[in-house]
Structure formats: C-alpha cells, structure tokens
Design a protein around this ligand. Structure first.
Ligand code: HQG
Length: 175
C-alpha cells in the first residue's frame, strides 16, 4: 500500500489509491487471505487510522508514509502549531545534528502533534529521543506544512537550526 505494491501486482494512483477487489484477489494469490469485511474492519479499527476508503467505496489508500514514486499525494498546505515533535532514535542523533531531518525513503519528514506519539514513533528504531521543532519559525520562514487525514504532520525537511535537541544537544555526547 505504501512501499512495494508491485510485489503483489497492485498499482497505486497519484493519490495513493488502489482498487480494493484487485488488492483482495492479489493478496490472496500472495498467501494473505482476507475478505472485504475484514479489510473494512482494519480500516475502521487501525490504531493510527492509516487507511482511507474512497467515496465510492471501491478503492483504498494509506493516508501518509508513502515511499513509492507513483504516488504524488496532494495535501492542502496548513499552518502548523507553534511546535511539533519528531520521534527518532539515539543512534541517528549525530547525523541529524549534521544534516537536519531528511525524508529518507519516504516523501516527507513526519512530525507528531504530541511528544507521547513522537516517543512511540522513535521507539520503532531503537532507544527513543524526542526532538522539538520550531514550526512557528519554519512557517514564518516560508516552509510548507501539510497534515495527513490521520493528523500526522508532514514537511519536506527540517534544517538543524529549527531543531531543539534539549539534553541531547551536545555534539558527540552519544556518538
Ligand atoms: C531518521 C510510521 C539520520 C528519522 C510512524 C527516522 C510515522 C535521520 C528515520 C511514519 C535523519 C526514518 C514515519 C538524518 C531523519 N540522519 N537519520 N539526517 N533525518 N532521520 O520510518 O519518522 O506506522 O522513514 O528520525 O508512526 O520514523 O508507517 O520515518 O527515525 O508516522 O504508519 O530516519 O511512519 O507510521 O524512519 O516514521 P522512517 P519515521 P506508520
């Protein structure tokens, strides 16, 4: 749905949507069996509300997190709150201090509205660190922000000068 749709022979359109019946059929041939009702239950109950069904009910997409080049999702630019949070891991700190936050394989840097969520995001990679981003300053400087349908904030990159490292600010401390 976001990274390697070709693995099961599905196609994502620019907005990230793929045909539900084809997805169910191809996933089944790939050894992952679920029916339409189960898919709708996943969409409804997903903890991060990652998925969205099209208005006509025939298509499904992930709302954020894409890395696939065929997806060029349109998001409406939004004014962010004054600060947002980025959850990452200790092991990435030295590189982030040098290069800022980069999107890497995904299309955007992902930012969270609260530090608890950011902690969970960071913990996926190891020992979690939460960085505070001066989004008011970024926005004032012309950087563009978007918010996915599930509340996750997105921006192209975050330069080092907008990142508050707090207790992790000393270069080399954790290197
Ligand atoms: C780090 C999940 C070294 C970045 C989550 C992160 C999120 C750098 C990792 C969504 C760096 C990329 C995205 C730099 C950034 N040097 N490391 N200059 N700049 N990084 O998974 O933000 O479950 O691509 O801090 O909940 O962890 O998939 O991004 O640690 O919302 O729906 O490089 O994915 O949502 O990792 O997570 P990821 P992320 P889903």
């Amino acid at each position: 749905m976001r990274h390697k749709p070709e693995l099961i022979g599905i196609v994502l359109d620019e907005q990230g949507y793929t045909d539900i019946e084809t997805l169910i059929k191809n996933a089944c041939e790939f050894g992952k069996h679920f029916d339409h009702a189960q898919l709708l239950a996943v969409v409804a109950n997903n903890d991060k509300q990652r998925y969205q069904i099209s208005d006509d009910g025939t298509q499904i997409r992930a709302v954020q997190g894409h890395s696939h080049p065929s997806v060029k999702r349109y998001y409406e630019p939004q004014t962010p709150p004054n600060v947002l949070y980025h959850g990452t891991a200790f092991k990435f700190l030295d590189s982030i201090k040098q290069h800022g936050l980069i999107a890497g394989s995904r299309h955007y840097v992902h930012l969270s509205a609260d530090s608890d969520t950011a902690t969970k995001v960071g913990a996926r990679h190891g020992k979690a660190v939460v960085l505070i981003i001066d989004t008011a300053k970024m926005h004032a400087d012309g950087h563009v922000f978007y918010q996915a349908e599930n509340g996750v904030w997105l921006t192209e990159s975050v330069a080092v000068g907008y990142i508050e490292f707090g207790q992790f600010g000393q270069f080399g401390q954790f290197g």
